[in-house]
Design a protein around this ligand. Structure first.
Ligand code: C2E
Ligand code: MG
Ligand code: MG
Length: 398
């Protein structure tokens, strides 16, 4: 590429699905044969370019890009590779990245073709993908996340961070909210906003909710074992979980298995669209019957509604950060003041979310807010940091 700055290039990576299976089924020698076969095949096909091993069972080919009107030759080539391979049913996948942006680093260039190949891993209908073209980057990330979901559940790559909830009058921790993070193999941590929308769309989120619930059960069990006073730790329940049959029973079973009181794990619900559905009411009643506490999340954000207060028996209403952000604005102050008066009248515990500064805290305290959660006190913290924070900052006996 350096020698021809005006050239247009394409990169392709090959990847064998379940290569480990080949080693364990046929032995390492046959595994090696498959690798040499692929190396040989791809280098023979690479006329004007370079070909090499990328890592493990992945090979990478860089060629000068020739115009291509259809991709049927890729299907033909894959069929040919499979037909002549030393093992039957070789499951090979190819990922392409065309019109390489040569200002990118080699790693970034390779990543793009790897992203394409990963998007079709464990996919039985397609054996190749092209970065960008047709499939949008977003769509590809979604496929990548979905493909890795179950494995991540098994490997416990979804981790919980805990954000303290405070009683501002006594300056005391009164609970926490468990917030999920996705810890990648390379150590980077994805925030929920980056992956939850994908899992919301395909319904995997209800599996994740249950996983989070179980992790909190385990957390509470450890807390009991260590002889500390139990703090309620709430979990978020997505809309999908509301529609999933038997969610209350499964949560009850889990709590019983870990021998933790259900009152120690309040359920946060933003009913969003579910508010208009009939499912939410029986479900909310079933949770309450079973002894759970319900908290209305994001109150005032438009994802929760006043009408829901008529029919659902929440114990706590969490005022959304968007309302808290308006503190200081004359109209915003009024809205919040009257909202809190209404909640108080309804006998709800009022918790303000996203409290970031002293002005907000003072205003909220003056207007009868019971509890607060926000960066003013603490950001969501990894488990051990949370335990230390509770112990240190307030010298609470925990
Ligand atoms: P949420 O339930 O309303 O959680 C509060 C969010 O506000 C958290 O974002 C928290 O980090 C953030 N936050 C708290 N205090 C402050 C503050 O003072 N300033 C600012 N700027 N932000 C603050 P996070 O952790 O990114 O979670 C975002 C949303 O993702 C959550 O909103 C919740 O709806 C969803 N979520 C997180 N974990 C789960 C889960 O396990 N299951 C489900 N279904 N949803 C989850
Ligand atoms: Mg929440
Ligand atoms: Mg919230």
């Amino acid at each position: 590429m350096d020698a021809d700055p005006d050239g247009v290039f394409r990169i392709c990576v090959s990847d064998v699905d379940n290569f480990k299976m080949i080693n364990s089924l046929y032995g390492d020698d046959v595994g090696d044969q498959v690798l040499t076969y692929l190396a040989d095949y791809l280098s023979r096909r690479t006329l004007d370019g370079v070909c090499g091993r990328y890592s493990g069972d992945q090979f990478i080919v860089l060629v000068r890009e020739t115009p291509m009107h259809n991709w049927s030759w890729v299907e033909d080539m894959i069929a040919d590779i499979v037909a002549n391979a030393p093992v039957p049913n070789l499951n090979i996948k190819l990922g392409f990245y065309n019109h390489i942006d040569t200002s990118l680093s080699i790693t970034e260039i390779c990543d793009r073709s790897l992203l394409a190949v990963k998007s079709v891993k464990h996919n039985y209908t397609s054996s190749y993908a092209v970065y960008g073209g047709g499939i949008s980057q977003r769509h590809m990330m979604a496929q990548l996340y979905e493909a890795r979901f179950m494995e991540s559940i098994q490997k416990r790559e979804f981790v919980l961070w805990y954000q303290p909830k405070m009683d501002p009058y006594r300056n005391k921790v009164v609970g926490a909210e468990a917030l999920v993070r996705w810890k990648q193999a390379d150590g980077t941590v994805l925030a929920p906003g980056e992956f939850l929308p994908v899992f919301e769309k395909d319904g995997l989120i209800s599996r994740l909710d249950e996983y989070v619930f179980e992790e909190v059960c385990a957390f509470q069990r450890r807390w009991i074992e260590e002889g500390r006073t139990l703090l309620p730790v709430s979990v978020n329940l997505s809309r999908n979980s509301i529609y999933r049959k038997g969610v209350v029973d499964r949560y009850l079973d889990l709590a019983a298995r870990y021998r933790v009181p259900v009152t120690s794990i309040p359920i946060e619900i933003t009913e969003s669209a579910a508010i208009s559905s009939r499912e939410i009411q029986p479900l909310a009643n079933a949770f309450i019957q079973a002894g759970f506490e319900l908290h209305m999340d994001d109150f005032g954000s438009g994802r929760s509604s006043l009408a829901s207060l008529n029919v659902l028996h929440f114990r706590v209403a969490k005022i959304d950060k968007s309302l808290v952000d308006y503190i200081g604005d004359p109209q915003g102050d009024k809205v919040l003041k009257h909202t809190m008066a209404l909640m108080d009248d309804l006998g709800l515990v009022i918790l303000a979310e996203g409290v970031e500064n002293e002005t907000q805290r003072t205003f909220l305290m003056k207007n009868g807010c019971d509890e607060m959660q926000g960066y003013y006190y603490a950001k969501p913290l990894p488990e051990q940091d949370f335990i230390d924070w509770v112990a240190d900052a307030f010298h609470q006996k925990v």
